[in-house]
Design a protein around this ligand. Structure first.
Ligand SMILES: [Zn+2]
Length: 410
């Protein structure tokens, strides 16, 4: 399977200028491609093929005075920008024709210099290389200083250079692993209810709250955001406040990622199968709960569970989000009345007394197990998406109006 390894890099001021140029060129080529395809679509012409797009927007465009400067950056960076666009289109088409399960994928959108995250990608063809002195050599950029926090297990097939909103740079390597990392089998299976009072509640009754340090950092971020809103537009002070907010934001995100990594690794080690509810966070995002939902970061957490399960030979399943996990009695199966959010415990007419979230987690586990058994014959290990993709799609932009029954993975 493919794994992604990310490290902080420290470009010199000169290299930062070269990187900014490469980000800009990649963005221009991506946007040119999107515009051409949109225009062709509006004119009723047929879809412009990947090869044709590359020929017109890279090879031919470099010969024109308007786009001659594209020659200043590695051609691979430009090809990869178009590859992102092509992937975004393919995902979008697969989604509208129903070939792609799960959430709806929005059509590709234009990239902006104001996007929080700027990225370019180098593949093997570009001859990027990790030097003996530990520096990362990139064509037309130079040798970047890297902070190696761990060693790469094998030769990377590609590297993306990313600049985040806080102005930090990262190198994200994709590495193909062939060795079997499956963990020894265990007997436990767990269902997880992701909630707002607790970050996660397990079917065995364990409740996990978001740690205090994370909540404290989130409060600090909120205060900085308020400071920012009081600064005058266009002022120097506002610029400083923007950077402060971005840094605080990056810190919260990093801290949360570390914490989620620990929790997801523990769950994967201790359980043979893990089932979660297929949450539509965007759906919730329109409600009053929006803020806390986005802060909770369930999407990244379930994503970690999914790729770690694939990597370590565990089963992972998402359960239909319209399944009434909360009000169904896990003892007798009766579906009871809807409950207000503040009802934390309830009794079923069958005599069972339930903790709301634990009962839901038990139901999630049962539904996940049933679905996995029903599909057991079709389980094909190895068809696993990479942990995160660099393509220019925005899967969060849309949400299915119908649910996809059962488990979307395996
Ligand atoms: Zn009951």
């Amino acid at each position: 399977m493919q794994l992604r390894y990310q490290f902080r890099v420290y470009p010199t001021p000169g290299q930062q200028i070269d990187l900014a140029r490469a980000f800009g060129c990649a963005r221009v080529v991506f946007n040119d491609g999107l515009r051409l395809r949109q225009q062709a679509h509006e004119a009723g012409e047929k879809y412009i093929s990947d090869g044709e797009l590359s020929r017109r927007l890279i090879t031919q465009a470099k010969l024109t005075p308007q786009r001659a400067w594209l020659s200043e950056v590695s051609a691979v960076v430009l090809q990869q920008a178009l590859a992102d666009l092509n992937t975004a289109y393919r995902n979008f088409f697969a989604s509208i024709t129903g070939k792609r399960k799960g959430r709806k994928v929005a059509p590709p959108r234009f990239r902006s210099r104001k996007d929080n995250r700027q990225a370019i990608r180098f593949t093997k063809n570009s001859r990027f290389r990790v030097l003996d002195n530990g520096r990362l050599r990139l064509p037309k950029i130079g040798d970047l200083q890297v902070r190696w926090s761990r060693t790469l297990p094998s030769d990377p097939s590609s590297v993306a250079i990313i600049r985040d909103a806080a102005g930090r740079y990262f190198a994200s390597f994709v590495v193909q692993t062939t060795e079997d990392e499956s963990l020894p089998p265990v007997a436990f299976e767990v269902g997880i209810d992701l909630g707002l009072t607790h970050f996660a509640v397990m079917s065995d009754g364990t409740k996990v709250a978001a740690p205090k340090f994370l909540r404290r950092a989130a409060r600090k971020l909120k205060r900085l955001q308020q400071d920012l809103s009081r600064k005058q537009r266009g002022s120097q002070n506002r610029k400083k406040a923007v950077v402060k907010v971005a840094r605080a934001h990056a810190r919260v995100a990093d801290t949360r990622r570390d914490w989620q990594h620990k929790l997801s690794t523990t769950l994967i080690r201790e359980n043979q199968a893990i089932y979660v509810e297929d949450l539509c966070v965007v759906g919730l995002g329109r409600t009053r709960l929006a803020k806390s939902v986005h802060d909770a970061g369930w999407t990244s957490f379930t994503g970690m569970l999914e790729y770690k399960a694939a990597r370590y030979g565990r089963a992972f399943g998402r359960v239909d989000r319209f399944f009434p996990s909360t009000r169904m009695c896990s003892a007798c199966g009766r579906i009871n009345e809807k409950m207000a959010l503040n009802v934390r415990a309830w009794d079923c007419p069958c005599g069972a007394a339930h903790d709301r979230d634990v009962n839901a987690a038990i139901n999630v586990r049962a539904a996940g197990q049933a679905d996995l058994n029903a599909r057991g014959a079709h389980v094909r290990p190895g068809l696993i998406p990479a942990a995160r993709n660099e393509a220019g799609t925005h899967p969060d932009a849309a949400c299915p109006t119908r649910s996809v029954a059962g488990i979307s993975v395996l």
